[in-house]
Design a binder for this molecule. Structure first.
Ligand code: FAD
Length: 518
């Protein structure tokens, strides 16, 4: 058995300076008091030549807690990262093909369904028609859809940082975010080395012994954090940790991305990501302060690159003229183990599930939080690694189910991509089991182990019923005795939405207010 480092873990080396590397550096610096005498020293080495992936512009509301924890205020974040507010995701054409009769979109808002203390839980009553036949669950149970549809912000100028009447996350420029995190981490005492790692040496126990760089010689540490993106230079290339490919469940494996200008400087900014389904995948459309980020993620088994580019150009229209997309190949899946011996993978080196629900940065937040809070000061990595690996694997598995939920309930038959997605052979058993339960009752928080989930039960409810899943309630009018009360609640939510529209500023006005704030 390996002897523990004599003085415990004193040196951490983070390899890679994208969102994963710098966010982990910030968490560690804050949690471990880096920079103080005798504290753990954190160094981040990144390659200038290789650069970062530069996509990943949508987040989940957990990002607000992350920014507050690491000490970046909201105005600075909005100003320096071209940031805007994200109140959810609008899914166009996921249920049925364009032009087919029925709703052409649904919404996954971040605000929870309204629940007055002592009031009825609204979902079963919505299923029984208490909000009216045509009103989707998100529109009936929260104010957020109306607010976001009207391009209003989720908060007012008078609201405190990271607070507001509606739940929200952000959209931002990935390159600018990494730059902000880098400046911030260095101000907290993290050392920065610019060098390309050419070789990773193992020690006699098969753990990481050293990294050999082109420009800065040999670097050693007690704990290594692999944030080298899809390359996975330490956890994959050096340690050979196996990768669980899930392309048979989640089919998209290519992306084309473009940065598109607004057609006029005062154009309204969408306050949600627009995810539009197409013949072999879907486009994301993200409104930043000064531009839009638009991309098409697609399955290379169901289309070819030339056709995919045409689909993207058709979606964007003439704004795409003269612009060239960047193409990315995606490794879809995750490591069986994220923490092996003295090496932890954070970010794309640990895994990647397609960007539909912005799980990438959410998983980085979880991993960075866990590494810093479980930090193995005495160098005994095994127990911490066990907890970390269990937690990350469970999260990945549940996110796979959640993302697949968006696809497998489609009624689209216009393309093999959608037909294959609805084939139950491609649906994990764990998701099939959930769907079986929800055939006769709505999803309940007891169906979920909170610490293993990235998405709250309401997210599952919004997507499930957005996709028009049919839950034949065991209950009927007799077992739902608060029907009148529920009808009244739904009516109140509509009235409150009207007031919220008057009260909340336009999204662009709120972003510009924060961007101007010193
Ligand atoms: P990278 O950004 O690739 O950084 C890798 C770092 O390692 C770089 O600094 C590089 O220079 C360095 N490096 C690599 N090799 C070496 C070496 N040999 N020596 C030294 N340094 C090295 N996530 C979301 O949450 N929301 C989204 O909307 C979203 N959209 C996405 C869309 C697409 C198409 C893709 C592919 C991903 C998306 N993601 C999204 C995921 C998100 O982009 C990533 O999780 C995030 O950017 C973190 O990347 P990273 O830091 O792990 O890797």
């Amino acid at each position: 058995m390996k002897t523990l480092p004599k003085n415990g873990v004193k040196q951490v080396l983070i390899v890679g300076g994208g969102t994963a590397g710098w966010l982990t550096a910030c968490f560690l610096a804050k949690q471990l008091g880096v920079g103080a005498e005798g504290a753990v020293q954190v160094t981040l080495v990144e390659s200038k030549e290789i650069g970062i992936i530069g996509v990943g512009e949508g987040t989940f509301p957990s990002i607000r807690g992350t920014l507050a924890t690491i000490g970046i205020d909201e105005a600075r974040f909005i100003r320096e990262c071209n940031g805007t507010f994200k109140q959810g995701i609008r899914f166009n054409d996921w249920v049925r093909e364009p032009g087919a009769p029925g709703a052409d979109h649904y919404f996954h808002p971040f605000s929870l369904p309204s629940q007055r203390p002592g009031g009825p839980e609204l979902l079963p009553y919505w299923l029984q028609g208490a909000a009216g036949k045509e009103v989707g669950f998100a529109a009936a149970a929260t104010m957020q859809k109306r607010v976001a549809d009207a391009s209003h912000a989720p908060k007012r100028a008078s609201d405190a940082d990271f607070m507001g009447p509606l739940n929200y996350a952000y959209h931002f420029d990935a390159g600018k975010f990494a730059a902000l995190l880098s400046t911030h981490a260095q101000s907290l005492g993290v050392k920065h080395v610019q060098a390309t790692v050419e070789r990773v040496a193992l020690d006699e126990d098969g753990a990481i012994g050293a990294v050999h760089t082109k420009e800065a010689g040999v670097l050693t540490a007690d704990l290594y954090i692999d944030c080298t993106g899809f390359r996975a230079a330490l956890i994959g290339e050096a340690l050979g940790t196996s990768f669980h490919n899930i392309n048979d469940v989640l089919f998209v494996d290519r992306a084309l991305a473009m940065q598109v200008p607004y057609d006029r400087p005062d154009a309204p900014i969408a306050s949600y990501t627009i995810a539009s389904a197409h013949e072999a995948g879907w486009t994301w459309d993200i409104g930043l302060h000064e531009r839009r980020g638009i991309g098409y993620v697609y399955s290379s088994r169901h289309t070819d690159d030339a056709r995919a580019e045409q689909v993207l150009r058709n979606y964007i229209g003439k704004q795409a003229d003269g612009l060239n997309p960047r193409q990315l190949k995606l490794n879809v899946g995750y490591r069986e183990q994220h923490w092996v011996k003295n090496c932890v993978a954070v970010g794309l080196s640990g895994g990647f599930l397609e960007p539909l629900e912005s799980s990438g940065i959410g998983l980085i937040e979880t991993a960075a939080y866990l590494v810093s809070y479980l930090f193995p000061h005495d160098g005994d990595f095994a127990p911490v690694a066990k907890t970390f690996n269990e937690m990350m694997k469970a999260r990945y598995e549940r996110i796979v189910d959640f993302v697949k939920l968006h696809y497998c309930l489609t009624q689209r038959k216009d393309n093999q991509f959608w037909i294959d997605n609805a084939d139950m052979a491609s649906v994990p058993q764990s998701l099939q089991d959930k769907l079986a339960m929800w055939r006769q009752r709505a999803p309940h928080r007891m169906d979920f182990v909170v610490d293993y989930e990235m998405y709250p039960p309401s997210s599952w409810q919004y997507v499930l019923y957005g996709m028009e899943y049919q839950t034949g309630l065991y209950a009927n009018a007799k077992t739902l005795p608060r029907m009148e009360e529920a009808r009244h609640e739904f009516a109140m939510i509509q009235q409150m939405s009207q007031r919220a529209l008057a009260d909340l500023p336009s999204h662009r006005a709120m972003v510009e207010h924060l961007a101007r704030r010193g």
